[in-house]
Write a new protein. Structure first.
Length: 421
């Protein structure tokens, strides 16, 4: 049965946007809270930073579970789990107590693992299934808008937290955020996430797709099989490259606000700058597809990796004085490099291996992404224990991004697609 006879797909897309907005938005705020979590609990920044590692391990484990849950229960149920887990994750940070207690670390790490439920059960894969159910036409356009909810959501949450820092401590910030997470998330899931089958509707463009079904079936999607991809040197070169670029991108997202605080910036100002970075990143994501199509994979890779190296140069240049012009460079160049985490794996992977079997190839490539993200905390922790501290870490991560750039270009050059052609 149709609801008022009107196409519901756009409302479902808004629901998916809000779920991305809440889940990835809230989970991305950890960077601005790290210093507060460290100072309150008495544990050093390195130990607290392992929250990110626990989260990454959780992502690897739960991504397998989430796929099965999605196929068995549907997007509405998995998204509902993700929203509840997201609210619980921020609330667990408030259970810490002063005095470097082991229990505080346990609560922090449990919070990091709960964030994995929010990410795997309610973001890209699940939202993609909602979009696929409702849209044959405009699928790429709608996907770009929905996925931008992650960047814009993070910007709003970070900005809100920064304002709350003026009047209360980090615990009350998290308590207030948890209320909004539940309010927005439950509204989106319960009222906007619906399937076309239950409403008696068809996806947008299904009639045209049906008319051209025979022709579409006859046209084979270009690309190589997963077996062929795994045997190719390009796969292993690209996997290593993704490890390098993702460890770099994760380092900025996790530790940049702490570095700004160490250079004399107060918590609210740091949160505001991080919000600017995330808004710019969301805008960059909206235009990534068009830029990639115009420049090609190799040039696109060089642009984002050079931008990241420039961001690292600006971070190093702060040197105890958060000058406005240098801060503009930090957030602007980092925003241009945001695709290192968000878009490089999918865009470059399809360029190297084609779309024929890319869903299976992508799932395997994501292992390298997760490994890179998991290595970020121990690497930064090691630098924090040295005389050079976090400054040396930024030099290292700038270098790893450039190494990743060279490896990606090499993977493109030896792509098995070229042999197939």
């Amino acid at each position: 049965m149709k609801e008022n006879g009107k196409f519901f797909g756009y409302k479902a897309a808004i629901g998916a946007f809000l779920v991305m907005f809440v889940n990835l938005g809230a989970c991305t705020t950890l960077g601005i809270f790290l210093t507060s979590l460290s100072e309150y609990s008495g544990w050093d920044l390195g130990m607290v930073g392992y929250i990110g590692t626990v989260n990454t391990i959780g992502n690897v484990i739960l991504s397998i579970v989430a796929v099965k849950a999605l196929s068995k229960f549907g997007a509405k149920v998995t998204m509902l789990i993700s929203i509840i887990a997201c609210a619980a994750h921020v609330h667990f940070y408030t259970f810490a107590t002063p005095g470097a207690n082991v229990s505080s670390l346990a609560f922090y790490y449990i919070a990091g693992f709960l964030a994995s439920f929010a990410i795997t059960f309610g973001t890209h894969a699940v939202c993609s299934s909602v979009i696929a159910d409702w849209f044959v036409e405009k699928r790429e356009q709608i996907s770009g808008i929905v996925f931008s909810g992650a960047g814009f959501g993070a910007a709003i949450w970070v900005f809100a937290a920064g304002q709350l820092f003026k009047v209360t401590d980090y615990k009350n910030c998290y308590r207030i955020l948890s209320i909004f997470i539940l309010a927005i998330g439950l509204f989106a899931v319960l009222l906007l996430i619906k399937s076309p089958k239950k409403l008696g509707q068809k996806p947008l463009g299904w009639d045209k797709a049906g008319a051209g079904g025979a022709a579409s079936a006859a046209a084979e999607v270009p690309g190589v099989s997963k077996a062929t991809a795994l045997k190719s040197p390009a796969f292993w070169v690209l996997s290593l490259a993704l490890l390098f670029v993702c460890v770099s991108g994760t380092a900025y997202m996790s530790y940049a606000p702490s570095w700004w605080s160490a250079n004399g910036m107060d918590a609210t100002t740091s949160a505001n700058w991080n919000a600017v970075y995330l808004v710019l990143s969301g805008l960059v994501l909206l235009g990534v597809g068009k830029v990639f199509a115009k420049t090609g994979p190799a040039v696109f890779t060089v642009i984002v990796c050079i931008a990241f190296a420039a961001a690292m140069a600006c971070m190093i240049a702060l040197n105890g004085q958060p000058v406005t012009l240098i801060m503009v460079g930090c957030v602007l160049f980092a925003a241009l490099a945001y695709p290192l985490n968000a878009s490089i794996p999918g865009l470059i992977g399809q360029s190297v291996f084609g779309g024929k079997d890319f869903a299976a190839i992508s799932a395997t490539l994501m292992t390298a992404v997760y490994v890179g993200q998991a290595l970020c905390a121990p690497i930064m922790s090691a630098f924090l224990a040295t005389e050079g501290g976090m400054k040396s870490g930024w030099i290292f991560f700038g270098a790893t991004a450039l190494v990743g750039m060279v490896l990606i270009v090499a993977a493109i050059a030896i792509s098995p697609m070229k042999k197939a052609k």
